[in-house]
Write a protein that binds this ligand. Structure first.
Ligand code: 13P
Length: 245
């Protein structure tokens, strides 16, 4: 399977930030992994145009479950595709926390993504309290069961494991902890989606940097990364792309 280096710019990025794409593309004209940038919705169309002819794919950070209608401020999956996006992140912990998104809402968003021909990156991950209580595998297992729709395939779904306490904190689980969760995710996906599960990419996310990327990518069932802060600068993200390729 082709591994994936995915950058989530979150609520960062203005016109001037698009220059990072040029730098990334020229440093990695033919990367050995898939490369994705998910900018804020305001930049998606411009970034997609700028990335044309490069190895960089683009996507969004969220979508509404409906195709269109009276949903002020929301963006539909069809609009993302229309703006040049190929992927959409759904169920990021920041959206689950800031916008109260439940597993059922995340599942509906993933279905909407598929209807528009997008690949859904479905995010799961435990809080520090949940980890300390020894509930990590139960929490992540419950999120997988509730957030991934029936019909998930290796082609339409990527799963991102992002421990909430590792996001933007500089704290990273041990390699053994990452491996334990990724192995468990693969086993649960195999039980539910049989043969398709082997080809579904499982990304680790949470304080991935050029300095720790290679060792994280060496962990079993880690097929790439979902990167926040270190995706904003071409030099940093390029280091992660290089570690994965
Ligand atoms: P950081 O890489 O900034 O920790 O963010 C991870 C993340 O939430 C990506 O979606």
């Amino acid at each position: 399977m082709k591994k994936l280096a995915a950058g989530n710019w979150k609520m960062n990025g203005l016109e001037a930030t698009l220059a990072e794409i040029d730098a990334l593309a020229s440093a990695h004209p033919a990367p050995g992994c898939d490369v994705l940038i998910c900018p804020p919705a305001t930049l998606l169309s411009r970034l997609s145009a700028r990335a044309e002819g490069t190895a960089i794919a683009t996507g969004a950070q969220d979508c509404h479950p409906n195709e269109s209608g009276a949903h002020t401020g929301d963006v539909s999956a069809g609009m993302i595709a229309d703006a040049g996006g190929a992927y959409v992140i759904v169920g990021h912990s920041e959206r689950r926390a800031d916008h109260g998104e439940s597993d059922a809402v995340v599942r509906a968003k993933a279905e909407a993504a598929w209807r528009a021909g997008l690949i859904a990156i479905i995010c799961v991950g435990e809080t520090l309290d949940e980890r300390d209580a020894g509930r990590t595998l139960d929490i992540v297992g419950g999120q997988l069961a509730g957030s991934i729709p029936d019909g998930a395939t290796a082609a339409n779904t990527v799963v991102a494991y992002e421990p909430v306490w590792a996001i933007g904190t500089g704290k990273v689980p041990t390699l053994a902890e990452i491996g334990e969760v990724h192995d468990d995710i693969r086993a649960r996906l195999s039980a539910r989606f049989s043969g398709e599960a082997a080809g579904m990419r499982l990304l680790y996310g949470g304080s991935v940097k050029p300095s720790n990327a290679a060792e994280i990518f060496g962990v079993s069932n880690v097929d790439g990364a979902l990167v926040g802060g270190a995706s904003l600068k071409a030099a940093d993200f390029g280091g992660i792309v290089g570690a994965l390729a």
